[in-house]
Design a protein around this ligand. Structure first.
Ligand code: 5GP
Length: 192
């Protein structure tokens, strides 16, 4: 498996640059702020950041939102260290607050097959929040296996494996400031 600088050079040119991401994040943050503005005082928004991939996006997003809000974290696993979905979603870390009667916003890095978010949505709905919305930085509609309504989408992308801005390959490359496509030969090599 390629690591370190070798892996870094395996990312094809930037798909979405840092500055384009920042402009879009700002726009989504403003839209969310407007939509929750009237309820903010009475019902501070509960933002649930899905670890690990969404941590960079969520950190930028909340700082563009002008609302009373709390941030909590959940970790789910569906992929391990490869690039295709196992179809099995496991809650590795749950939130430690009661969301009954609260406005909840799930912040995710990317929707691919939709299996993770469909599962999470059902899992959290059972706790009877006042509302439950989903915000994802990236959406790969071509890969969808399970329909799930996503309320806020940063960018629709093609069916490539992407890294950077929080998204990893085998736990690396999260630190790239933009989003790039990982050369397929890298994970094809690893899968052999
Ligand atoms: P889904 O359940 O929708 O297939 O997958 C969701 C999760 O798979 C995401 O939260 C992310 O962790 C991972 N994933 C899906 N596509 C990609 C991708 O192109 N790059 C990376 N780094 N992770 C991905």
């Amino acid at each position: 498996m390629k690591k370190g600088l070798d892996l870094l050079s395996s990312v094809k040119s930037s798909l979405i640059s840092d500055s384009v991401i920042q402009r879009r994040v700002q726009a989504i943050g403003q839209q969310i702020s407007l939509e929750y503005r009237d309820e903010g005082e009475e019902y501070p928004l509960v933002v649930i950041c899905i670890l690990k991939g969404a941590f960079v996006f969520c950190a930028d997003l909340i700082r563009t939102m002008h609302l009373p809000l709390e941030v909590h974290f959940m970790a789910v696993s569906s992929y391990g260290d490869t690039t295709s979905s196992s179809g099995v979603v496991k809650i590795e870390k749950d939130i430690d607050i009661d969301i009954a009667g609260r406005n909840v916003l799930i912040v995710e890095d990317i929707v691919d097959t939709g299996l993770t978010l469909a599962y999470l949505k059902e899992f959290l709905s059972d706790r009877k929040p006042r509302s439950l919305s989903i915000c994802t930085l990236l959406d790969k509609p071509a890969a969808r296996e399970k329909e799930v309504k996503v309320d806020y989408v940063g960018f629709e992308i093609g069916d490539d494996f992407v890294v950077g801005y929080g998204l990893d390959y085998a736990q690396q490359l999260r630190n790239l400031s933009g989003i790039g496509i990982l050369k397929p030969e890298i994970y094809q090599e690893d899968e052999e």
